[in-house]
Design a binder for this molecule. Structure first.
Ligand SMILES: [Mg+2]
Length: 327
């Protein structure tokens, strides 16, 4: 583990949380609100200054499960999500809430929801990827993308969400290796399920702009596309995350995804101190636990240096969540 790689891993986790907290006050608002306000991390919209939302809370839950089990234990991740949802978080995606409370077992809940509702391609599995992306990066592309799909499938029955989450994990893996995520997009697309490749190729193309989105950026495709656009069209961490928030719409999540990528590229030192100082992550359902930036840095270091006993950790590979028929 080189110092640079560790620094980028911390950057991904810390950067995602910082983006989430920066964007939270502007969720569902119009474009340009962050710039118009002229101040940052001052809270608003029900959020305290520096308070991270469900994006980071769920990322922490995934990360802690991976560390405590020494690998991917899907029923445990699902149980932590359920405990958190029962703790009445301030923010929770409609679909995620339904899947976590519909009484179905972990390997069926999302699939059943998708079969009933037919729409499940939200960005809710993309937003919580920072910790798992850091953890699985050492396992290589295939294992990273496979793990990403399984974690996504816990709450999202639509394969579009799995593939987008897998792409984000892969781009983070490349960045942690010191590579350029944008340059890695063609190879990453080759590893995407063929039925979903074209649609991702469109939103990840160099000439794509968020104005070209055909859905609200709460959907998985424009959310990932916007994050990559923000990374590509700016020259630093803060600039990229600000650009993401200024797109409006699902500002906390687009900024959390952008922060994951930009943090992995630029490293933790690029995350402004003014953003990390007030940063905090409450964990509803888990007592009074609140992680600050120092706790997030420690968590990221543990994820990046976790000992490996195989592509899934020391546990045998278990069953994946069910795939709805016809996908
Ligand atoms: Mg949120």
């Amino acid at each position: 583990m080189t110092a640079d790689r560790l620094d980028r891993a911390v950057g991904a986790v810390l950067g995602s949380a910082a983006g989430d907290a920066l964007g939270a006050p502007y969720e569902f608002g119009p474009a340009g609100q962050l710039s118009a306000r002229g101040e940052e991390m001052r809270g608003g919209g029900g959020w305290d200054p520096g308070e991270a939302t469900d994006d980071t809370q769920m990322a922490v839950l995934v990360a802690e499960s991976l560390l405590e089990h020494g690998g991917l234990e899907l029923p445990d991740v699902f149980a932590r999500f359920q405990r958190w949802a029962a703790g009445q978080p301030k923010d929770i995606g409609l679909q995620t809430e339904d899947v976590l409370t519909n009484g179905m077992p972990w390997d069926l809940a999302a699939a059943v929801h998708f079969q009933v509702n037919a729409r499940a391609a939200g960005n809710g599995s993309l937003m919580r990827a920072s910790g798992s992306a850091v953890y699985f990066a050492a396992a290589g592309r295939e294992a990273t993308m496979d793990a990403a799909r399984r974690i996504a499938a816990l709450t999202h029955g639509d394969r579009a969400a799995w593939e987008g989450t897998a792409l984000l994990h892969e781009l983070v893996r490349v960045a942690l290796d010191g590579g350029d995520p944008a340059a890695a997009i063609p190879a990453a697309l080759d590893a995407v399920h063929p039925a979903h490749r074209d649609r991702y190729a469109r939103v990840l193309a160099p000439d794509w702009h968020p104005d070209m989105a055909t859905e609200f950026n709460g959907a998985v495709w424009p959310c990932l596309g916007s994050a990559v656009w923000a990374l590509r069209t700016t020259g630093g961490f803060a600039e990229a995350v600000r650009a993401a928030v200024d797109l409006g719409g699902d500002t906390d999540t687009v900024a959390a995804v952008t922060g994951t990528l930009a943090g992995a590229v630029y490293g933790q030192a690029a995350v402004p101190d003014a953003w990390t100082a007030p940063l905090h992550v409450p964990l509803p359902g888990f007592g009074d636990r609140v992680l600050d930036a120092t706790a997030l840095r420690t968590l990221a270091r543990r994820l990046a240096t976790a000992p490996w006993a195989g592509p899934w950790g020391p546990r045998p590979q278990g069953p994946a969540p069910q795939t709805p028929a016809g996908l």
